[in-house]
Design a protein around this ligand. Structure first.
Ligand code: ACO
Length: 427
């Protein structure tokens, strides 16, 4: 086994540490016994150089700009599979082998999509205008009181029921958050509609004219809209050990109910440095207001004395174009051609921001490219999804990933409670 040697110059002691092999990407030095053998800690704030676990779920090549789920390229999954197929892939490691299996899984999700009536009271108790991420995090935490029996995640049946239940219910919860926030009556799921169509239906339908008229005055949900949202969900399904996934794993490591860990992940995703960026991107594009203001705006972003950042740009892992952003950018253009009209004005501003940023030394030197959040908001707006639902849409997409990561953490015999150390510099 390959090793690295650490030399302490103060004491002249040498220590060998094993290098852990991997199937792709950088290997890691096993420092788990660093403190025991050397009496010192490793220091890595933000964990930029630290692997917290071994994983088989998703793989990111940050230099190439590549993302795989269970070995499948996201570009292929988006083209050939539905989001519900990708959910199956992530929670049970297998794509459906035929159309029947795919439909059976989608049907199971539809049937599980109803909410306990007790939970519905929670939405009504929260004020109009509550941010849906706060409501969602609370509602998922409450799910742990309704399904308290999900205790043994080592048991495959228990795990599958837990995962399918929350994947199925989360779109209903998001739709209820929205309807509660605008004071509209709740629309219950319609099992005749597919997983993704059902979500749009619950957002849009009028209670008494269910099939034709919607809150937006639209007639019906088109297959193109369903396909577009389906792809967006797939592109968000998993992404290595990002902040919210790490939160889910950390909280799960204490032995709590899985829905409590996922509720914590939702809170972590809310922040503007993470999933909350999609909402902020649209706000920023509106603030820029005109392509002629882009240069001035970029100057402000580059000012080191101003904490202001260009939202939807930059990533801890990608030092190249985020492959999800690439797919979203072409999806935006494709949908526009096929009839889902994008906001031309905002699209032009976004395009100009990208052009200016990608040819500017500040961005080139720091390898800052558009990330998944840069173009998603323009598409979601064209699907008439209100801005404050952008991050909840991310939650729906990420749910299978969180379930898979939670299970992987719990099943790992070497996993311990997450308990980092500190370098004490106080009195
Ligand atoms: N705008 C301007 N400058 C930036 C940006 C940005 N969006 N992102 C990074 N930088 C600069 C930093 O100021 C820093 O410059 P310096 O070296 O001169 O100090 C350098 O690039 C490195 O940035 P870090 O903050 O060290 O990178 P980190 O990996 O910690 O942060 C993050 C990554 C949080 C995504 C960051 O790029 C950012 O804040 N982006 C904007 C928010 C955003 O779009 N978040 C969504 C990310 S994708 C997701 O989570 C779903």
């Amino acid at each position: 086994m390959a090793t690295v040697t650490l030399i302490n110059n103060e004491t002249n002691q040498k220590f060998d540490f094993d290098i852990i092999e991997c199937t792709r990407g950088p290997k890691a030095v096993n420092f788990s016994k660093l403190f025991e053998t050397t009496g010192i800690f490793s220091y890595d704030p933000g964990y930029g150089s630290t692997a917290g676990c071994e994983s088989t779920i998703s793989y990111i090549d940050g230099k190439k700009g590549e993302l795989l789920y269970k070995g499948h390229k996201i570009e292929d999954l988006v083209k050939k599979y539905k989001f519900s197929d990708v959910c199956k892939l992530l929670i049970s490691s297998e794509l459906p082998s035929n159309e029947q299996e795919s439909l059976a899984f989608d049907l199971e999700l539809r049937h599980r999509s109803f909410l306990h009536e007790g939970l519905i009271n929670l939405f009504s108790a929260l004020p109009d205008g509550a941010h849906p991420m706060a409501t969602l995090s609370s509602a998922v935490s409450v799910l742990s009181t309704l399904y308290y029996d999900h205790k043994d995640m080592e048991d495959e049946d228990d795990y599958q029921t837990m995962a399918r239940r929350i994947i199925a219910k989360i779109p209903t919860m998001v739709a209820f958050c929205y309807r509660n926030a605008v004071g509209a009556p709740f629309i219950y799921p319609d099992v005749k509609r597919s997983y993704v169509e059902n979500f749009l239906y619950m957002l849009r339908a009028y209670p008494h004219q269910r099939l034709k008229q919607t809150l937006n005055g639209e007639e019906e949900i088109t297959p193109l809209e369903v396909e577009a949202l389906d792809k967006i969900f797939t592109l968000h399904a998993d992404h290595g050990q990002n902040a919210s996934t790490t939160t889910v794993r950390n909280v799960a490591s204490t032995g709590v109910h899985p829905y409590a860990a996922i509720s914590a992940g939702i809170s972590a995703l809310w922040g503007p440095a993470h999933g909350g960026a999609n909402e902020k991107v649209l706000k920023q594009l509106n603030e820029i207001g005109d392509v002629k203001n882009v240069d001035k705006f970029i100057e402000r972003v580059k000012d080191k004395n101003d904490p202001f950042r260009l939202m939807g740009f930059g990533h801890r892992v990608y030092k190249n174009y985020d492959p999800r952003a690439r797919v979203l950018k072409s999806l935006k253009d494709e949908l526009d051609k096929k009839g889902i009209k994008m906001d031309t004005h905002l699209s032009e501003i976004a395009q100009k921001v990208e052009e200016v940023a990608l040819s500017d030394d500040y961005f080139i030197q720091r390898n800052l490219y558009p990330n998944v959040d840069f173009y998603s908001g323009i598409i979601l707006s064209a699907l008439k999804i209100p801005t404050h639902l952008f991050t909840p849409i991310f939650v729906i997409g990420r749910m299978p990933g969180w379930c898979a990561q939670l299970l992987e953490h719990i099943k790992n015999p070497h996993a311990r409670i997450t308990r980092p150390r500190q370098v004490y510099i106080g009195k």
